[in-house]
Each structure stands twice: as structure tokens, then as C-alpha cells.
Design a protein around this ligand. Structure first.
Ligand code: ASN
Ligand code: ZN
Length: 333
């Protein structure tokens, strides 16, 4: 009987109809991605431990676009993991979280109306709650990419998840999530510098975080200050997200993919953006070759400057933009 990799159809909640890489064994299909290290997607069916059951059907069409169908969240999560794998391969030639070609796994329908998603190093897996009312699973592209990128950070700089390094860890996940969302080029979820804009986590349609001006969420900081290491890592990430936005798009008002941004600098001086692709290369090179578990904001600046110097030269416009963007969030001179 036939056994092998298939192209299935996912009717997702957040990304429209997409292709999912699945595995067929005889008359059964599973959410097992044989093209990406065997990444599997499981249904916890509101449990909170173990793996539940591997999504498995006799049809290779998954979900119906709404949370009323259990396979919909599976389709979103499986798609987000595949995009994240493809982004790391395409942008950085990285093969999977550990760069060893081995897939992780995803678990959806964690708990009852659980409003979070998380990466866990121990299981090497991502887990997604179903959100408020069990109708807003946290399975959008950016959330999936954010969680999977925590795995990449663990496997590389391993930034401690507290203090300033914790903010840099969080920002790395938001930055790579933006990279994945733009890479996906999905008409239902266009790339943006927002985090969680599809999952309605605030119940009023606003995103969870804003990278151009992080303080728009009411808690994140726009700029570095002495003592920022004492706040929640999801808020001390703000200046680094702001740095990445400034480096990519520059300061001032701008519209990208129909979304309006306005990113003032800490020093009032302008920053000229170098584009998201170069900004991502600089951040990734610093993450994977310069930073350590205790890197703080000052060290992040030094590391990204070293990375930019190696990639583009120390007299380049890119190097100067890195200097200006750090100054723009109050780090360095
Ligand atoms: N969703 C959160 C995050 O990835 C979970 C947490 O706070 N660790 O940061
Ligand atoms: Zn995170």
C-alpha cells in the first residue's frame, strides 16, 4: 500500500486555504510533515499533558476554517510550523530548530479556554491554547513562529529568560515572527510589525504587541533605561523590537502592507532603514555567533555591530544604520 509524503489541504482559521504537507499510510492521512524533519501536530483535546492523539483522518483535507472543527487549529499550527521551518531554511540556510534537520512537534487544544501558547525545551514542542471561549486558538502564523523561535534561541545564544537577556529572548521571537509572516506572503494574514493581530487576544481586535512603538500596548517600553531588566520579559522586549523596526523601516510615519506605523526615536534623530531582510541577517548572525546566555542590551548592540561589520563592512550604510537604530532606542552613543 502507498506510504509517503502528500500535499493535503488545510482550511485554516487565520490563513485561508493552504497546502499542508502530510503523510499517507494506506487509507490514513496524518499531520506528519515528512518534508520538514517529520514535524507532527497532535490534538490534546483539552488535556494538559502528554501528546494526546496525532491528527489522523481518511481525508487529506483538514479543518473547515472555524474553531468548531477540531482539525482547524491543527491545520493552522501545522502550517505555521512549516512556514517557520521554510523561513529559517530560506533566510539563513538553517535546517530546523537545532539545524540538524530534525522536526519538533505541535500540540493544539491545550486545556480549556487557555489564552496562551508556549515553547517547551524539554519536550522540544509547541503548545497552543484555544483562547477565550475556545474560539480563538493561538495558532496564527506569528504566534507559531514566535514559539518555534524560542526553540532556536535556546539552541543558539540561549538567552536567559529573565533580566535584559530575557527581553532580548522575547524580542528575538517577535522579530523572527515578523520575518516569517512577511515570508509567508499569505493574503489572509499579510506581513506586519504587529504580534498576534489575528487572534483577538484583547477582544477588541487590537494586536498583542506593536514593534514600531511598543508602548502602544500600554505596558511595553519603547526605549532602554537602566532598570528595564526588572520588568516582564514581554515588556522589556519592547526596545529591541523597536530597534528592529527602526533598522528595517526607519523612523517616522510609514505604511507597509496597508498598516500605518509611526516610530519616533529616543534621541529625536532620524534613522534610515536598510530593509527587513538585511536587518534579519544582522539579528540572526548576532544571535547565532555573537551573543551568549547573559547578553544584555549593551552586548546586543556590540554583537549586532560586529555582525553588520562582517556582513556589510564597518564603513557601510548598514553598519551606520545599526548604530543609529541603537541610539534611537537609547542604547550606546
Ligand atoms: N506565549 C508566551 C511566550 O512565548 C509564553 C510565555 O510567557 N513563556 O513568551
Ligand atoms: Zn515568547
Amino acid at each position: 500500500e502507498y506510504q509517503g509524503i502528500k500535499n493535503g489541504v488545510g482550511n485554516t482559521q487565520y490563513s485561508g486555504q493552504v497546502t499542508l504537507t502530510t503523510t499517507q499510510s494506506g487509507s490514513t492521512y496524518t499531520l506528519t510533515d515528512g518534508a520538514r524533519g517529520g514535524h507532527k501536530t497532535y490534538n490534546l483535546n483539552r488535556g494538559t499533558s502528554g501528546t494526546g492523539t496525532l491528527f489522523s483522518q481518511t481525508s487529506d483535507t483538514w479543518g473547515n476554517g472555524t474553531s468548531s472543527n477540531a482539525a482547524t487549529a491543527g491545520a493552522d499550527a501545522h502550517y505555521g510550523a512549516a512556514l517557520t521551518w521554510d523561513f529559517y531554511k530560506s533566510a539563513f540556510n538553517r535546517s530546523g530548530i537545532k539545524n540538524n534537520g530534525v522536526g519538533a512537534y505541535s500540540r493544539v487544544h491545550y486545556g480549556n479556554a487557555y489564552v496562551n501558547a508556549f515553547w517547551n525545551d524539554s519536550c522540544f514542542c509547541m503548545t497552543y491554547g484555544d483562547g477565550s471561549g475556545n474560539t480563538h486558538p493561538l495558532t496564527s502564523i506569528d504566534v507559531a513562529a514566535h514559539e518555534m523561535s524560542h526553540g532556536v534561541t535556546s539552541a543558539t545564544a540561549n538567552l536567559n529568560y529573565s533580566g535584559e537577556s530575557g527581553g532580548l529572548n522575547e524580542a528575538t521571537s517577535d522579530i523572527m515572527a515578523a520575518g516569517v509572516e512577511f515570508y509567508a506572503n499569505n493574503a489572509s494574514d499579510p506581513g506586519d510589525y504587529l504580534v498576534g493581530e489575528k487572534i483577538d487576544i484583547n477582544g477588541d481586535g487590537t494586536p498583542l504587541r506593536y514593534m514600531d512603538k511598543p508602548s502602544k500596548d500600554g505596558a511595553s517600553k519603547d526605549n532602554w533605561y537602566s532598570g528595564i531588566g526588572g520588568i516582564d520579559v514581554h515588556y522589556s522586549s519592547g526596545p529591541a523590537n523597536h530597534f528592529f523596526y527602526l533598522l528595517s523601516e526607519g523612523s517616522g510615519a510609514k505604511v507597509v502592507n496597508g498598516v500605518s506605523y509611526n516610530s519616533p526615536t529616543a534621541d529625536g534623530l532620524p534613522v534610515t532603514g536598510i530593509g527587513r531582510d538585511k536587518a534579519l541577517q544582522i539579528w540572526y548572525r548576532a544571535l547565532t555567533t555573537k551573543w551568549t546566555s547573559t547578553t544584555n542590551y549593551a552586548g546586543a548592540r556590540t554583537g549586532t555591530l560586529a555582525a553588520a561589520g562582517e556582513l556589510y563592512g564597518t564603513t557601510s550604510a548598514e553598519y551606520k544604520a545599526v548604530q543609529d537604530a541603537w541610539a534611537g532606542i537609547g542604547v550606546g552613543s
